[in-house]
Unconditional design. Structure first.
Length: 452
């Protein structure tokens, strides 16, 4: 009697979920049963349409896709009865009303700096989206070294591992979850305060569903989009699809802390790189021992070491020592607080509560100061950004006045010179003598030009 389909645009996307297509064909095969059935279709991006590529628009029979055509096609596949009841509660930009949006313009290498800065400056339950599994794994290794205790969620994980990561993420109010677009739809995790798009999403639908993980029900939320120079075209296309006439407001960053942040992240990158090299070397050694065991070749450890390159062994020992030193240096940096240039210890209770420099110890209590919350900071920045846009005036370049009389005289002289040249060429063709330097009002110089 009832059929309900959530995330309809994704479930009925061409080339995906063939089982659902087969079930719908079977359910719609009986006309009487279809007429008695009540169908519910849900999606936050049901009516969003993309601009078709140029190669498609150049075709003669190309039909421009509209929201109505897209919905009609979906209704036809599902088997919805004519004249359906449509309830549209989406806003103009497609995102939730309680959602505050912002952007951070930076280079590709600086994204790690700004992500670490945000996690330390504005603690809370944060969900970071990446476009690839490799990016998730790299960030997980790096931020584990930086003691941010990240959890991961992607398609290569087993269901048991995914549920375990989600359980850890929901149990800690300052947790960090690194995920691909697997977590963009269908998850209802309560009290997610921040969503960070580490990479610009490929489609507007993905951006809307990613941002929809926060600001759920009556809660507020913050969505930050990190944009580098190579992703600017995707960002512009995203704004166009979402009917945005202006850019997202920039997120305010305390640049006086960035030098301290860069030292920690750069040292963490070096440690992660050296650990990756050691893991790779150990994997090769383990493979050699496993191959020897499979071939039933019994060697002592000393005999196996003789086959190894002594230079490589000594280099590995040096790397381990260097890694130990860098880990100790990183531990010292992480134990220190991140002190802003605006921080003053003279009046630590001027706001009514004790102000302390930001530390990276994970066991601290969450700062309850309302002015320090990322959402409130961004709201103030958004108001200032909108006021700035109102004050901006389009300055037109002054139009240079043209002296028509002067141009008219110049045009006459140009035409006169062209006429004289034509007359000289005609005279040369007739074989006449020509004095090229002769002008009106001047006598002949006595020199003649002979044309043979």
């Amino acid at each position: 009697r009832y059929l309900a389909i959530d995330e309809t645009d994704r479930m009925l996307e061409q080339g995906h979920f063939q089982e659902l297509h087969d079930l719908l064909e079977l359910a719609n095969s009986e006309e009487k049963a279809r007429e008695k059935r009540q169908t519910f279709v849900f999606s936050a991006t049901l009516s969003i349409v993309h601009t078709a590529p140029k190669r498609v628009n150049m075709k003669k029979k190309a039909v421009k896709m509209t929201s109505k055509i897209k919905i009609d096609n979906l209704m036809k596949i599902i088997g919805v009865k004519p004249k359906p009841k449509i309830v549209d509660v989406t806003r103009k930009f497609g995102t939730a009303e309680a959602l505050t949006e912002a952007r951070i313009n930076c280079s590709k290498d600086e994204k790690d700096y700004y992500l670490y800065y945000f996690l330390k400056q504005y603690p809370g339950r944060t969900l970071v989206f990446c476009n690839s599994i490799d990016c998730v794994r790299r960030l997980q290794n790096l931020f584990t070294i930086l003691r941010c205790q990240p959890q991961s969620l992607h398609a290569s994980m087993h269901q048991k591992q995914r549920l375990k990561s989600l359980e850890r993420f929901t149990s800690n109010p300052r947790s960090l979850l690194l995920a691909t677009d697997v977590a963009a739809r269908g998850l209802d995790i309560p009290l997610i305060q921040h969503v960070i798009h580490y990479q610009v999403p490929r489609t507007a639908e993905t951006y809307i569903h990613r941002s929809g993980r926060t600001a759920r029900a009556t809660q507020e939320g913050l969505s930050i989009l990190m944009v580098d120079s190579s992703e600017m075209s995707k960002y512009r296309q995203l704004c166009t699809t979402l009917n945005r006439a202006t850019d997202l407001p920039p997120f305010p960053n305390d640049l006086s802390i960035m030098s301290q942040v860069k030292k920690r992240v750069n040292l963490g990158r070096e440690v992660e790189k050296m650990e990756h090299t050691n893991r790779k070397s150990n994997a090769e050694d383990n493979w050699f021992r496993k191959a020897a065991a499979d071939a039933e070749l019994h060697f002592e450890e000393e005999e196996l070491d003789e086959f190894e390159d002594r230079d490589r062994t000594s280099q590995a020992a040096r790397n381990k020592q260097e890694l130990k030193v860098k880990r100790a240096m990183l531990s010292q940096l992480l134990a220190r607080p991140l002190i802003s240039a605006n921080f003053s210890g003279k009046y630590p209770t001027k706001t009514g509560s004790l102000l302390e420099p930001l530390t990276s110890v994970e066991t601290e209590d969450i700062d309850t100061n309302e002015d320090n919350k990322a959402i409130n900071v961004m709201k103030k920045e958004k108001v200032e950004f909108q006021n700035m846009l109102k004050k901006v005036k389009v300055v037109k370049a002054p139009v240079k006045k043209v002296n028509k009389k002067k141009n008219k005289g110049f045009e006459k002289r140009r035409l006169k010179k062209e006429k004289e040249k034509k007359e000289q060429l005609k005279a040369m063709e007739r074989g006449e003598n020509i004095d090229s330097g002769r002008r009106k009002g001047k006598k002949d110089s006595g020199m003649e030009t002979f044309v043979c």
